[in-house]
Design a protein around this ligand. Structure first.
Ligand SMILES: Nc1ncnc2c1ncn2[C@@H]1O[C@H](COP(=O)(O)OP(=O)(O)OP(=O)(O)O)[C@@H](O)[C@H]1O
Length: 544
């Protein structure tokens, strides 16, 4: 594994279009069929309706052109439901067609049709199965059906599936199964990396659920655990699995407090972020320290651009590539819309108007591009007596944890945030995501809006844009277009051309925006002018 080649290649990589995925569309008639099947005795847990509906009643939407009129018309292909048990090549083909699954690689096992399949095919640990049932995970989602058997088969995995589609369990189940029991002081055998502390905490919580009653020691490399390791109050080798962000991990590794040589299973969640320039060096360092020749590696994200896949290939062993849904689209459970507000002031007006109508159904997440702007909007909304809080990286970890907890419990209705919770966080039942500021890439957009429409629920996403965003809105409109959602933009705003490297970099830098304030620009300008005069008159009077 030539990890240093990764870095040098990373530096010279050309930015290419991101790879996005999505589920197939479920039409109303599909839902009707689903309802009729349910009434015919299907044991469907209401909570899991989405996965069941998807599983048995998907339909192909193939657009074909009418040769006489040249007009695009929709043709519905006869839908053949996937078999409940997948025991042959044709069963696997039917399953993959139904769920728009693409799998590339050698020696690919059949997907599973149920968690029970794992007992017969892989002798799934009974405790793990009962933990899944206790957590109400009764049926696997498409990404779980496909990636669990491949991982248990021993393959490296590159998996790309929509936001909220169950990728966490897709990597946790095989990990827990493969680890078996605690091997006293053997050292860390499973390692999960995530780009943020919030996401690491969430993964750790899910892992605790799955390993309940099992003799495994699971660690979350928090500030406090890191402190204990540094002062030798705890030995790193007592853990079977560690969940961490790259930076915190590499600090204790460098101090010799944690050894990664025994790691056999490595998962990179939100892998495209971990391979992005701001994390690449740390991720590379971690990979370099995972020197076990038997290392099995899995990378997961809802967006895996081609260059990330290239990087991943250079450090993985003949990985199997699993892709669910359509490239370059967002999760179709989300109704997307862009709203032109003209100016910064227009955004506040538009937001206040939204609050007045039925579109604004809490819980709502509002994303802004910077901490300063997040704080400013918070002060505006708190003034409106809204039940609102704000989360960003300047708040302490305790404050951040508390805000997340209060939002989860429903004590906070509107949460203003920065990119810090843009990825992976599984808030239950978010109804609306508002991009107060346009995200700086299509990938960031897909992840941000993916905080809603999770686990089969529907959701909405609204993105405000101003005249300053004429370039930055283009990748977002492209995602809307790929998701077949023409809401809030004119067709002339669509572009067939790929944005140039220069344009993408410019977008990434972010737009300089006027500050958020209810005070109109003219008055602000006037105040500023008077302020300047006031200062110069003071200077004149004091003779300085
Ligand atoms: N088999 C299942 N049955 C029912 N619910 C499930 C199942 N698998 C996952 N879920 C639920 O679906 C939700 C989304 O799962 P998860 O957080 O793993 O999504 P994800 O694909 O990782 O999304 P993101 O890309 O945003 O990180 C969670 O609330 C999870 O508990």
């Amino acid at each position: 594994m030539d990890i240093f080649r990764v870095l040098s290649r990373g530096a010279s990589l050309k930015k290419t279009k991101g790879a996005f995925t999505d589920y197939a569309t479920v039409s109303q008639s599909d839902k009707d069929v689903a309802a009729s099947v349910k009434s015919n005795g299907g044991q469907v847990d209401k909570e899991l309706d989405f996965f069941h509906t998807k599983k048995y009643h998907l339909k192909e939407d193939n657009s074909k052109s009418d040769s006489n009129t040249g007009i695009e018309k929709e043709q519905e292909e006869e839908y053949v439901p996937p078999p409940p048990k997948i025991v042959s090549e044709s069963d696997a083909k039917a399953f993959r067609k139904a769920f728009k699954v693409q799998v590339v690689g050698n020696d690919i096992p059949f997907p599973i049709g149920s968690f029970e399949d794992l007992i017969t095919r892989f002798q799934l640990d009974k405790k793990l199965l009962s933990n899944l049932a206790d957590a109400k995970f009764t049926e696997p989602t498409p990404i779980q059906c496909e990636s669990i058997p491949s991982t248990l088969h021993g393959h490296d995995i590159i998996a790309c599936a929509p936001t909220g589609s169950g990728k966490t369990l897709a990597f946790l189940i095989p990990l827990v199964q493969k680890l078996g029991q605690n091997q006293k002081n053997f050292g860390i055998r499973g390692l999960i990396l995530s780009p943020t502390k919030e996401l690491a905490t969430q993964i750790h919580n899910e892992l605790l659920k799955l390993t309940k009653g099992k003799n495994l020691i699971i660690g979350l490399l928090s500030k406090s655990l890191s402190g204990k390791l540094r002062s030798d109050l705890i030995k790193g080798n007592k853990y079977d699995v560690m969940v961490s962000t790259p930076l915190r991990l590499i600090e204790v590794v460098r101090m010799g407090k944690i050894d990664l040589r025994e790691v056999k299973h490595l998962v990179l969640d939100e892998a495209d972020k971990l391979f992005a320039p701001e994390f690449l060096e740390q991720t590379d360092d971690v990979l370099h320290n995972c020197s076990n020749p038997k290392l099995q590696m899995s990378i997961y994200s809802a967006t895996i651009p081609e260059e990330v896949e290239e990087l991943a290939h250079s450090v993985m062993k003949e990985p199997i590539r699993i892709n669910i849904g359509r490239k370059e689209a967002a999760n179709t459970q989300i109704k997307q819309k862009v709203v032109y507000t003209g100016s910064e002031e227009g955004k506040l007006v538009a937001l206040r108007q939204m609050v007045q109508n039925s579109e604004f159904k809490p819980p709502v997440l509002i994303f802004l591009q910077s901490i300063t702007r997040a704080k400013a909007l918070f002060h505006e909304l708190i003034y409106d007596k809204m039940n609102v809080d704000v989360i960003h990286s300047e708040r302490t970890q305790i404050q951040r944890d508390r805000v997340v907890e209060r939002f989860q419990k429903g004590d906070i209705w509107v949460l203003i945030c920065t990119e810090v919770i843009g990825r992976g966080i599984d808030f239950k039942g978010i109804n609306l995501v508002i991009n107060y500021d346009v995200p700086t890439s299509a990938e960031a957009y897909v992840h941000r809006i993916g905080r809603t429409g999770r686990a089969g629920h529907t959701g909405s996403a609204v993105t405000f844009f101003t005249k300053e965003d004429s370039l930055a809105i283009k990748p977002i409109i492209n995602v809307l277009k790929q998701s077949e959602q023409n809401n809030g933009y004119a067709s002339w705003m669509e572009t067939e051309d790929k944005l140039s490297e220069k344009e993408l970099t410019k977008i990434k830098k972010g737009v300089e925006r006027e500050s958020i304030s209810t005070v109109p620009t003219v008055i602000r300008e006037e105040r500023k002018r008077r302020g300047v005069l006031y200062e110069s008159s003071k200077r004149r009077k004091s003779g300085k």
